[in-house]
Structures are given as structure tokens and as C-alpha cells.
Write a protein that binds this ligand. Structure first.
Ligand SMILES: Nc1ncnc2c1ncn2[C@@H]1O[C@H](COP(=O)(O)OP(=O)(O)OP(=O)(O)O)[C@@H](O)[C@H]1O
Ligand SMILES: [Mg+2]
Length: 503
């Protein structure tokens, strides 16, 4: 390490020379020895010492304290005062210039060396602290994110320029204010104010990360979409001494997202249109041509056909009309659901009776009457539901169970009414082909047909509409399934409408 350079300021030349000799003996470099305040300033500028030994009382207009103050201000060179005595006022004045030490005359070489070494060390520490502080401030000031730091009480002690810009509050306005005064956020969707993240961090001592964006209201009342993250500031001991919130403007990102979403929606709509058109033409054409063929056969061979043959043709016409009817109902419900106009007209009904009648009805259409066993638990005599939607839900789950099971395999239909929880639980369990795990997450999508269906006929509309009907009831639907073992669908509906839902 190179020897420290010291400037000696002492109006008694003999004393100055003695000090300079002592310093040289110890190993320091004396850059100059001067006798007045004005010379001290000039030599400090010229020789740039690491330290100045300054006598307080100097002859001339500028005393040691004034000279030291000017040097500190201009050059930031530390000072040690040399003095034989000092009155209270002088010492108070001297303190303002932040000297690193006072040495009382007379002093010996050891005292001088200790004072100088301590002063140099302290100055080095102060400098590196100041440097890292400046570095930190430069970083915080130049980043594009807003940063606000508070103390333990949530009072602001730091705000960077980006935060000033976003909140519309200058540093001088913000510092000392409650963070809630300038960092006001609310939820755009619900329109409600949100608990301030800093208050939350100070209370829970945990990091608060935002999953979704929120709106920041600036001082000028402009609304800025932001994301933020808030963290506790901890001392080395682990004690919380404040909080910091970092936030950034996402207007641009959001604009892009809105456009992207619109594009995705548009693509979805055109895909939906294409699928819809092909499905409708295909699904209507099949039963229509079956009806036409059966009618032609009756027309041509009606006179000679046997009674059994005639019945078969008529049955074909009936079931084709039934199929078309079903398709019309699907499309009608889907159209209503997609435009948010799915009618919901809850009426009192005898639930168990309703389920029995439904099974009976399915048997009329030839759909597996014998296989379905209905068991009910609890009092299922009264409920208030939309019978059209309920019919659609249960008829589809039951006909899927029948369709995707071997003929005459058993289907369990359990109905539980829990009046305490005010829910009805419908469980339909088959022992059919089952649904693979990847398919299980997709079966509620429009037009989706699993890999398990092979040649079994269908449109992929049933479950998608069932889900919308369940949601319209404010209910839930779930399934569990194992390929080759079977499938269980569970639907939970409120026994009575929870509240009027505007859809
Ligand atoms: N009980 C079940 N067992 C096995 N697979 C099922 C069952 N229920 C539904 N699936 C699977 O879910 C898919 C979607 O069912 P969904 O009822 O929506 O359509 P679909 O039965 O194919 O046609 P449709 O619109 O005529 O009902 C089916 O294609 C099938 O892969
Ligand atoms: Mg189906």
C-alpha cells in the first residue's frame, strides 16, 4: 500500500516543522506545510492529499474550521483538527465540518499515528459505503420498474423515478407519506379496491406476488394496468424493517394480449362454424335419407310387405325423426348457451319420480331400460330445478353410459339428496369401455369425441352442452374413469336455486 499523503496546516512554523518531521519519520508523505487558511485551500487543491492536519486557530481571515469546511465541500478531503484548547462554540462549529478526529496539543508520535490511521481507515470505509450506496441508487434510478420502499409502519422512505412517473407523485411529495396514499390499486374486473400489497407484506411478513394485473390510479387519476411484487425488507438479524414494492406498466403488453385474444377468438369462431356446418349437414342427411328410403320401400312394396317388414320401416322412420329431434334440441340449447341466453326456469319437482320417468322414457326409445338401476338416498321428494335442462343432463349421461357399454351391462344410477347441504348428487356409473386419461380432460369440449368411440355414432356435442346446463344451475360435474373398467359421472346441483342468476 502506498504511503498516505498529508497536508499540514499550522500557523506556528516551528510546530509545523516538528509535525512534518514526525510524519515523515512514521512514513507518511507531507505534501506541504502551510500557515494560513487560504494557503491550506490552495495547497489542498494543488496537492490533493489523502488527509489534512488542520490547526483550528489560524492567523488571517480564514480560520481552520472555515478552510476545512470549504475543502470538504470542494474536494471531500477528510480533516483532523489540531488544537491546544477549544471553547464550546468553536467545537460545535468544528463538528459541522465532520472532522475525523481531534488531536489535543501537545501530542506524541504514537498518538498522532493512531489518530491518522483510524481517520484514514474510517474515511476509506465511508467512501466505499458511499460508493455502494451511489451504485445502488443509480441502479434503482435507471431501472424501468417502479420501486417504492417503506419503513415498518408503511411510511415511504424511497421512491425511484419510474415510480414517481407511474404514481404521478414526486419524491419530495412521496417520502414520509403512507404508501397507501400514493399507491392505490384496484381490480378492473370486480371494480373493487385491493388490499395494499405493502400492508399485506408488513402484516404477513411474506412475499406477495400478483397472479393477475391490477389498475394503479395515479395522482392525476389516470388508470395504468400494472403487475407488482412486494417483499419484506429484513435486517441481518431477520427482523423486518420495512417493505419494498416493485411494479411495472403492462399497458403495451395488455394491448397485444387483447389483440391476440381477439384473434384466437376469431379463429375459434371460424373453426366452430366449419365444424358446425359439416356436422349439421352430415347429421341431418343421415336420418333424412333413412326416412326417404323407408318411405320409398313402403310406397313401392307396401302392398306385398309383411306386417313385420312394415313395422320395421315405420320404426326406422320413427327413430330417424327422433334422432333429428334430438339434434334440433342440441343445437337449440347450444345456440342459447353460446349467446349467453340459455333459458333457466326452475320449477318445483319430485326428483326421484322425475328420474324414474326418465328411465322409463329411455326404455320407450329402446335405450337399455333393463340395465339401469336407480337407488335414491335421503328425501328426494322435492327440489326446484329447470326440468328441461335437468332432463338434458341426465338423458345424455345415461345414454352415453348405455352407448359406451356392452349390451345389457349394468348401469348404476344413484341419487342422493342432502337437505343440510342443499344439494342433489346424481351419480351414473357404467361398466363400459372407459375413457383414457388424456381424453378425460377434453370430453367436455365442443365436438370432442374420444379415441375410445371407434365406430360408435355421435357428434361430440352431448357433454359440452351438459356442462353448460350444469353451470346454468350453478352446479358441478366431474368424472372418474378407467379404460376397460368403466366410467362414473357425478353431477352436483343445488336442490333449490341459490340466487337468481342473470346469464
Ligand atoms: N360413459 C362413457 N364411457 C366412455 N366414454 C364416454 C362416456 N361418456 C362420454 N364418453 C366419451 O366422451 C366423448 C364425448 O361425449 P359426448 O356425449 O359429448 O359426445 P358423443 O357421445 O360422442 O356424441 P353425442 O353428441 O351424440 O352425445 C365421447 O365421444 C366418448 O369418447
Ligand atoms: Mg353423448
Amino acid at each position: 500500500m502506498s504511503a498516505a499523503k498529508i497536508l499540514v496546516v499550522e500557523d506556528e512554523l516551528i510546530v509545523a516543522t516538528t509535525i512534518a518531521n514526525k510524519l515523515s519519520r512514521i512514513g507518511y508523505i507531507v505534501t506541504a506545510k502551510v500557515t494560513s487558511g487560504s494557503q491550506a485551500i490552495a495547497k489542498a487543491i494543488e496537492t490533493k492529499p489523502d488527509l489534512i492536519l488542520m490547526d483550528i486557530f489560524l492567523k488571517g481571515e480564514i480560520d481552520g474550521i472555515t478552510a476545512a469546511a470549504q475543502i470538504r465541500q470542494q474536494l471531500n478531503i477528510p480533516v483532523i483538527y489540531l488544537t491546544a484548547y477549544a471553547d464550546h462554540n468553536t467545537l460545535e462549529r468544528a463538528k459541522l465540518t465532520k472532522p475525523l478526529a481531534y488531536i489535543i496539543k501537545p501530542f506524541n508520535e504514537i498518538e498522532l499515528q493512531v489518530a491518522i490511521e483510524l481517520a484514514l481507515y474510517q474515511n476509506k470505509l465511508e467512501r466505499s459505503l458511499q460508493e455502494s450506496q451511489e451504485q445502488l441508487e443509480t441502479i434503482l434510478e435507471s431501472i424501468n420498474d417502479g420501486v417504492i420502499a417503506t419503513d415498518r409502519q408503511g411510511l415511504i422512505n424511497f421512491i425511484n423515478p419510474t415510480a414517481e412517473k407511474l404514481t404521478g407523485c414526486s419524491q419530495s411529495e412521496a417520502v414520509g407519506k403512507k404508501v397507501t396514499d400514493i399507491f392505490q390499486i384496484f381490480d378492473e374486473v370486480t371494480g373493487t379496491g385491493r388490499e395494499n400489497p405493502v400492508a399485506q407484506v408488513l402484516e404477513t411478513e411474506q412475499v406477495v406476488d400478483l397472479e393477475d394485473y391490477k389498475i394503479l390510479i395515479s395522482k392525476q387519476q389516470s388508470q395504468i394496468p400494472i403487475c407488482y411484487s412486494a417483499s419484506p425488507l429484513k435486517q441481518k438479524s431477520g427482523e423486518i424493517c420495512g417493505a419494498v414494492v416493485v411494479f411495472w406498466d403492462i399497458s403495451e403488453h395488455r394491448q397485444t394480449k387483447i389483440l391476440e385474444d381477439a384473434l384466437v377468438k376469431e379463429q375459434e369462431i371460424s373453426r366452430f362454424r366449419a365444424q358446425f356446418t359439416s356436422l349439421v349437414s352430415h347429421e341431418f342427411r343421415n336420418p333424412l335419407s333413412a326416412i326417404l328410403t323407408a318411405a320409398e320401400l313402403l310406397d313401392r312394396y307396401g302392398d306385398v310387405a309383411t306386417e313385420v317388414q312394415k313395422k320395421t320401416y315405420l320404426q326406422r322412420i320413427k327413430s330417424s325423426v327422433g334422432r333429428m329431434n334430438q339434434l334440433m334440441e342440441d343445437l337449440l340449447l347450444l345456440g342459447q348457451a353460446e349467446t349467453g341466453k340459455l333459458e333457466f326456469d326452475p320449477v318445483p319437482l319430485e326428483l326421484e319420480q322425475f328420474c324414474r320417468e326418465l328411465i322409463e322414457e329411455l326404455s320407450q326409445t329402446g335405450e337399455g331400460f333393463n340395465q339401469i338401476t336407480l337407488t335414491s338416498f335421503g328425501d328426494c321428494t322435492n327440489a326446484v330445478m329447470d326440468t328441461r335442462l335437468l332432463h338434458y343432463i341426465l338423458a345424455n349421461l345415461l345414454s352415453n353410459a348405455i352407448k359406451y357399454s356392452p349390451a345389457n351391462e349394468k348401469i348404476e344410477f344413484n341419487l342422493t339428496c342432502d337437505h343440510q347441504q342443499q344439494v342433489a348428487i346424481f351419480q351414473i356409473q357404467d361398466q363400459g369401455i372407459g375413457i383414457s386419461e388424456p381424453d378425460q380432460t377434453q370430453v367436455f369440449q365442443l365436438f370432442y369425441r374420444g379415441n375410445n368411440v371407434k365406430k360408435i355414432q355421435g357428434t361430440g356435442l352431448g357433454l359440452a352442452i351438459v356442462k353448460r346446463c350444469v353451470e346454468r344451475h350453478q352446479g358441478e360435474i366431474s368424472l372418474s374413469s378407467k379404460p376397460g373398467v368403466g366410467t362414473k359421472f357425478t353431477v352436483q346441483l343445488p336442490l333449490f336455486p341459490r340466487r337468481i342468476v342473470h346469464y
